[in-house]
Design a protein around this ligand. Structure first.
Ligand code: ATP
Ligand code: MG
Length: 565
C-alpha cells in the first residue's frame, strides 16, 4: 500500500494538471531563482518548498538558479549561503547549479535578434528623460526621438555599447513595444544599461548588463523550465515576459504567480534585513532573531518544522500575514517528538538539604523522552546542594503560587520531596540560599507511605556536578505585528524590540549536557526547547539558544494586553 500522503491540492497544481492533460507540457520542470544579494528568509522557504516540492511530486526537476544580473549588490558569500540553506532545508538541485550570469552571451545574442527584427533600439535618453517620456498610469508616454533608428545603426551602436565605447548611463537598449500601452512595463522597457561594475562571477568581461526583466524569462526558457513560479508582484510583468519569448520564438514557460509569505513581528525583505545587518542592529544574517533560514537554523528550528509550516500555509493568490505562533507551533510539535529532556536551571538559587549526608551522591534514572520510549533513560546525580530556579521560590506567595515557599513541601523531579525550613538572606535583604530537609521515604519522587501530596514538581540541578552555560533567550524582533506598514516619513526600524535578546550568563545544567554538540536540540524541562549555538558553543564555553517556549505564550500575552511591551 502506498503510504505517502497525497500532496494538498492548490491552484498551482490545478494549472499543472491541466497542462499535463491538454499536452501543453509533458513534464514538470521548475526552478528556484534567488538573487545572491542577501541570505534567504522564511518567505524564500515557501518558494523553495513549492518549487522543489512540485518537482518531487510530479517526478520532474527543479533547478537552482542565481538570478545574478545586478553587479552592485551580488556576492559569492550570498550565493554560497543560499546553497547551504537550500541543502539544509532538504533539497537537491543535483548538477543543475545555474547562474543567469552564464547566459549573458546568449542574452546578448538574443538582443541582437530583436534589434535585427526591428523591435529593439539603442536610445540616448538619460534615466530622467526616460522616466519623463514614460508618461503616467493615466497619461500615455511619448516616443523616444531615437525610436526610429535604422536596424544598421542600432546594430552598430549596440555592438559599440558592448565594446565599451560609451560612458556609463549614456545609452540603453530598449524593446520597441508601445509607449501608450496601459501597462507601463510595456512602454519600451530597458533591456541593457551601460555600467562599468565588477561582477562577482563575470568580473570585468561586461560593461553592459541585462535588466532583470530581460534576463528572467529568457533564463527560464534556456533552462527548459515549464512552470515559472513567482510572487504576485510579477503578474504585471507577465505580458512583457510573454512578449520577449514570443518575439524570439523560443521555448515558452508558463508563469504562475502566488502570494508571498508575510510573517508577523518581522520583515521579509532582503533590503531591510541587510539594513539591520549593516546597521549592527542584529548580530548578522544568522542572528537567531532574524527570519532568515540561517537565523532560524541557529535558533534551533528544524527543516521538518519548516516543511510542515510550508505545508500548512499552502499557496494562494491573496496576500496576508501569517502569525509567528503558527511557525513556532510547528517547531514545538517537531521538537516534542525528537528533543531529549534534560534539567537546567537558568537563574539558580542555592538549596542546601540539611539532613542529607555531606559527601553522598546518588543517581536517579530520568526519562529521556516520554514521547519516544526508545530514547531510554539516563542517570542524574543528586547531592546535598542543588540549584533551583529562583522563580520557583517566593517568600510571601500569593494564593495561586503552589511552588516552594517557607514551610512548604514540593517534589524534586525524579528525586525526593523537600521542605523549605529556612531562608538565608544577604545584607541587602536578598534571598541567597534556602535550607531544606528531604524525606528519604520519597526516593525517586514517589508519594510517601502516608500518602501526602505536594502541589508542585520542580526541576533542579545538583550543584557539585552542574556545568555552567550561557543561555540566550529571544523575543520577537519587532514589537508590532506588521512592522512594514509605517506611515510615510516614519522609520520602519522604530518598532524594533529592545528586549529581543536576553543573555543569561550563569545557567546550571545537569552533567549529561557535557555530551552536547553544536546544533544539538534539547528540551530543558519546564523551560522550553534549546539548541546548542552552532557558532559560539565550544567545549568549556557552552552557549544555548532558546528555540521556543514549551507552550504558546502568545495567547496569554495578547489577552493581557502585554504583547507590545
Ligand atoms: P526580497 O523582496 O526579500 O528581497 P526577492 O523577491 O527580491 O525577495 P529573490 O531572491 O528574487 O528575492 O527571490 C527568489 C524567489 O523567492 C523568487 O521566486 C521570489 O518570488 C521568492 N520569494 C521571495 N520572497 C518571498 C516571500 N516572501 N514569499 C514567497 N516567495 C518569496
Ligand atoms: Mg527579487
Amino acid at each position: 500500500m502506498d503510504e505517502t500522503p497525497k500532496p494538498k491540492s492548490n491552484f498551482v497544481r490545478d494549472i499543472i494538471d491541466e497542462h499535463l492533460r491538454n499536452g501543453r507540457f509533458t513534464k514538470v520542470h521548475t526552478r528556484f531563482p534567488p538573487e545572491p544579494n542577501g541570505y534567504l528568509h522564511i518567505g524564500h522557504a515557501k518558494s523553495i518548498h513549492l518549487n522543489f516540492g512540485l518537482a518531487r511530486d510530479y517526478k520532474g526537476l527543479c533547478n537552482l538558479r542565481m538570478d545574478d544580473t545586478n553587479p552592485e549588490t551580488e556576492d559569492m558569500e550570498y550565493a554560497n549561503a543560499i546553497k547551504e540553506d537550500v541543502r539544509w532545508l532538504g533539497f537537491d538541485w543535483e548538477d543543475r547549479d545555474y547562474y543567469a550570469s552564464d547566459y549573458y552571451g546568449k542574452l546578448y545574442e538574443w538582443a541582437v535578434v530583436l534589434v535585427k527584427k526591428g523591435v529593439a533600439y539603442v536610445c540616448d535618453l538619460s534615466v530622467e528623460q526616460v522616466r519623463e517620456y514614460r508618461g503616467t498610469v493615466t497619461k500615455a508616454g511619448k516616443d523616444s526621438p531615437f525610436r526610429n533608428r535604422s536596424v544598421e545603426e542600432n546594430l552598430d551602436l549596440f555592438a559599440r555599447m558592448r565594446a565599451g565605447e560609451f560612458p556609463d548611463g549614456s545609452k540603453t537598449l530598449r524593446a520597441k513595444i508601445d509607449m501608450a500601452n496601459p501597462n507601463m512595463l510595456l512602454r519600451d522597457p530597458l533591456m541593457y544599461r551601460i555600467r562599468r561594475e565588477h561582477h562577482y562571477r563575470t568580473g570585468d568581461a561586461w560593461c553592459i548588463y541585462p535588466t532583470y526583466d530581460w534576463a528572467h524569462g529568457q533564463s527560464d526558457s534556456i533552462e527548459g523550465v515549464t512552470h515559472s513560479i513567482c510572487t504576485l508582484e510579477f503578474e504585471v510583468h507577465r505580458p512583457l515576459y510573454d512578449w520577449f519569448l514570443d518575439q524570439l520564438g523560443v521555448h515558452h514557460p508558463q508563469q504562475i504567480e502566488f502570494a508571498r509569505l508575510n510573517l508577523s513581528h518581522t520583515v521579509l525583505s532582503k533590503r531591510r534585513l541587510l539594513e539591520l545587518v549593516e546597521g549592527g542592529l542584529v548580530g548578522g544574517w544568522d542572528d537567531p532573531r532574524m527570519p532568515t533560514i540561517s537565523g532560524f537554523r541557529r535558533r534551533g528550528f528544524t527543516p521538518e518544522a519548516i516543511a510542515n509550516f510550508a505545508d500548512i500555509i499552502g499557496v494562494a493568490k491573496d496576500n496576508s500575514i501569517v502569525d509567528m505562533p503558527l511557525l513556532e507551533m510547528c517547531v514545538r510539535e517537531n521538537l516534542n517528538k525528537t528533543a531529549p529532556r534534560v534539567m537546567a536551571v537558568l537563574r539558580p538559587l542555592k538549596v542546601v538539604i540539611t539532613n542529607y549526608p555531606e559527601s553522598k551522591v546518588e543517581e536517579f534514572d530520568a526519562v529521556n523522552n516520554p514521547e519516544d520510549e526508545s530514547a531510554g533513560t539516563r542517570k542524574v546525580p543528586f547531592s546535598r546542594e542543588i540549584w533551583l530556579e529562583r522563580d520557583d521560590f517566593m517568600e510571601n506567595p500569593p494564593s495561586k503560587f503552589y511552588r516552594l515557599s517557607p514551610g512548604r513541601e514540593i517534589r524534586l523531579r525524579y528525586a525526593y520531596f523537600i521542605k523549605c525550613e529556612e531562608v538565608v538572606k544577604n545584607a541587602a535583604g536578598n534571598v541567597v540560599e534556602l535550607r531544606c530537609t528531604y524525606d528519604p521515604a520519597t526516593r525517586g519522587g514517589d508519594t510517601p507511605p502516608d500518602g501526602r501530596k505536594v502541589k508542585a514538581t520542580l526541576h533542579w540541578v545538583s550543584a557539585g556536578q552542574a556545568i555552567d552555560a550561557e543561555v540566550r533567550l529571544y523575543g520577537t524582533l519587532f514589537t508590532v505585528r506588521d512592522p512594514s506598514s509605517v506611515a510615510e516619513g516614519v522609520d520602519w526600524k522604530a518598532t524594533l524590540n529592545p528586549k529581543s535578546l536576553e543573555v543569561v550568563k550563569s545557567a546550571k545544567l545537569e552533567p549529561s549536557l557535557a555530551g552536547a554538540v553544536p546544533e544539538s536540540r534539547w528540551q530543558f524541562e519546564r523551560l522550553g526547547y534549546f539548541c546548542a549555538d552552532r557558532r559560539d558553543f565550544k567545549p568549556g564555553a557552552l552557549v544555548f539558544n532558546r528555540t521556543v517556549t514549551l507552550r504558546d505564550e502568545w495567547a496569554r500575552l495578547i489577552s493581557s494586553g502585554r504583547e507590545n511591551k
